[in-house]
Design a protein around this ligand. Structure first.
Ligand code: NAD
Ligand code: GDD
Length: 327
């Protein structure tokens, strides 16, 4: 395998951190870039640019001498961050500014291939009202009607990458991630997604107590373990002719109540679920893997249970560390 010079935008974050480490382990020269260092691990990369990728001097430094860009930097979070409406302007401005700067400068500086991380949040709300039968096939994206500004920015940026590819002839690969979880992801602070939030609540609860879940818990989702997400990203990026956008997600759909029950069982505690009002997002969502299977002969296989066991163990450690630190 020929060694490439790779930039991972958002390497200080959850998926970007796992991806950058994987690419480094594959033998590539890897530079990360992010507005923050990784909170949970030493990435051990060849280089790291600490700064805002929407700023010209930073993005030029990050892109210098780079063959391939994996662009994962974004202003993002779970339902508690993207569905409250409070962060809409920041989400749209920050994420779009990064994508504009990375593409415009990357093309001028000779980048040979881009990967862009889009989201299941681009799919129309109208197809995700029935929790038992959500539709998220790639060709259902239009007429567009995402239920969040985060989803609209992702759709805009998908189109931006496609436009640069058409007009400048640079290959672009796009994946739509469906709720990725695992160790070293945000687990507290307001941006955490349901798997980490539920793991934290269960880890913090006293045996015999209760945990709070937003809504009636009957809303559905599928969750993809981060190692399989990294595998999917590499399959999409390496594809010789299939550009996407394509779903990278699990088809093992569960209700949020089922997710909580699984985590409670892993913990060995006896806990009850209390339903409280909260930001909900779409009523049902599941990955549709027909296209990725047809085009790339790949789809994830790991059961949710396996990833949840690893994630619960990691989140429990963080909860313990935080308790010790506050004493
Ligand atoms: P994350 O928040 O852990 O990582 C994103 C990183 O981008 C953060 O470390 C953040 O500091 C960085 N960043 C934000 N603005 C920046 C800027 N201006 N300059 C430089 N860095 C900046 O999120 P993640 O879960 O690792 O997500 C990675 C990508 O995948 C994002 O684009 C996200 O929208 C997309 N995605 C994630 C999920 C998921 O379930 N995690 C689902 C769909 C799509
Ligand atoms: N975060 C969180 N925390 N969600 C909870 C909680 C809680 O304590 N309790 C119940 N939920 C419910 C939410 O109300 C929502 O209905 C469901 O669990 C899933 O929430 P999240 O995991 O936070 O987000 P999401 O699936 O709606 O959207 C996420 O996935 C997209 C891709 O599939 C987000 O991370 C998006 O940014 C991402 O693009």
């Amino acid at each position: 395998m020929a060694q490439k010079r790779i930039l991972v935008g958002g390497a200080g974050g959850f998926i970007g951190g796992h991806l950058a480490k994987h690419l480094k382990a594959q033998g590539h020269w890897v530079r990360g870039a992010d507005i923050k260092q990784h909170e949970f691990t030493d990435l051990g990369l060849d280089d790291f640019v600490l700064g805002d990728l929407s700023r010209e001097e930073i993005v030029k430094q990050a892109l210098d001498g780079i063959d391939e860009v994996y662009q994962l930097a974004a202003d993002m979070g779970g339902a508690g961050y993207i569905f409250t409406g409070e962060h809409d302007a920041a989400v749209m401005h920050n994420s779009a500014s990064v994508n504009l700067a990375v593409l415009e400068n990357g093309v001028k500086m000779g980048v040979k291939r881009f990967f862009y991380s889009s989201s299941a949040c681009i799919y129309p709300e109208r197809n995700q009202l029935d929790p038992d039968n959500p539709m998220c096939s790639e060709d259902s994206a239009y007429p567009a009607a995402p239920d969040s500004e985060y989803g609209w920015e992702k759709l805009f940026s998908e189109r931006l990458y496609a436009a640069y590819s058409r007009n400048f002839g640079v290959p672009v690969r796009v994946a739509r991630f469906h709720n990725i979880f695992g160790p070293q992801g945000t687990w507290t602070g307001g941006r955490e997604k349901a798997p980490a939030a539920v793991c934290r609540k269960v880890a913090e609860a006293q045996d015999g107590g209760e945990i709070e879940i937003w809504g009636d818990g009957k809303q559905t989702r599928s969750f993809l373990y981060v190692d399989e997400c990294v595998e999917g990203i590499c399959k999409v990026m390496e594809s010789p002719d299939f550009a996407g956008p394509v779903n990278v997600g699990s088809e093992e759909m569960v209700t949020i109540n089922q997710l909580a029950e699984k985590v409670i069982a892993i913990s060995g505690k006896k806990l009850t679920i209390k339903h409280i009002p909260g930001p909900l997002g779409v009523r049902g969502r599941n990955s549709d893997n027909r296209l990725i299977l047809e085009k790339l002969g790949w789809q994830p296989t790991q059961p949710l249970q396996t990833g949840l066991e690893k994630t619960f163990a990691w989140v429990s450690e963080q909860v313990e560390k935080a308790k010790t630190a506050s004493k």
